[in-house]
Design a binder for this molecule. Structure first.
Ligand code: S3P
Length: 170
């Protein structure tokens, strides 16, 4: 099974994806890393030098390249589900799982590494919660098309087991 983890920045896609993949001995892929490898450039530099539109095009190409992995957990970027019909594509090619979280939870996770994320870099810390609320409500209609939703603050190392047991054949 190919599992796509989607959700806002700071929802724990990479953290939980890596952990679940490790305990289940399934390969783990991070879409941002696949883009960086293909472009030989960091996500930050791609945004800076080539712009978001270019990044989104490369993101979709990297997403489509995951068709080569019949089994694995793929942590997407926060925006992956929201561009170029990617959510439909993921629904057709795997099991989509949305890690949903409240803005304050996301803020707490994002705060320390804000400068590493191109979309947040220029946002004043005092306005960050407002920015998250706005962006999240804009993106929610895409995230909510995921086949399954897990609440980020209730995740445990065995959440995936539960998910797989209850979605055999997905
Ligand atoms: C983005 C989220 C990032 C990365 C890029 C854009 C977004 O991934 O893909 O900076 O649009 O929300 P993470 O969610 O892993 O931070």
């Amino acid at each position: 099974m190919r599992i796509y983890l989607i959700g806002f920045m700071g929802s724990g896609k990479s953290h939980w994806g890596k952990l679940w993949a490790g305990t289940h001995e399934i390969p783990f892929y991070d879409l941002d890393r696949l883009i960086e490898e293909a472009e030989n450039m960091s996500v930050e530099d791609i945004f800076e030098n080539k712009g978001e539109e270019y990044f989104r095009a490369k993101e979709t190409i990297a997403l489509h390249s995951t068709i080569a992995y019949p089994k694995g957990i793929i942590a997407c970027g926060g925006g992956t589900a929201c561009f170029h019909n990617n959510i439909q594509w993921m629904n057709e090619h795997g099991l989509t799982v949305y890690l949903s979280a409240h803005p304050q939870y996301l803020l707490d996770n994002i705060m320390g590494e804000k400068d590493r994320r191109p979309l947040l870099k220029k946002i004043n810390p005092a306005e960050l919660l407002f920015f998250i609320q706005q962006k999240l409500s804009e993106r929610q209609p895409f995230y909510q098309q995921a086949k399954l939703t897990l609440h980020a603050d209730a995740l445990t190392p065995s959440s995936l087991e539960y998910l797989l047991q209850n979605n055999e054949g997905a």
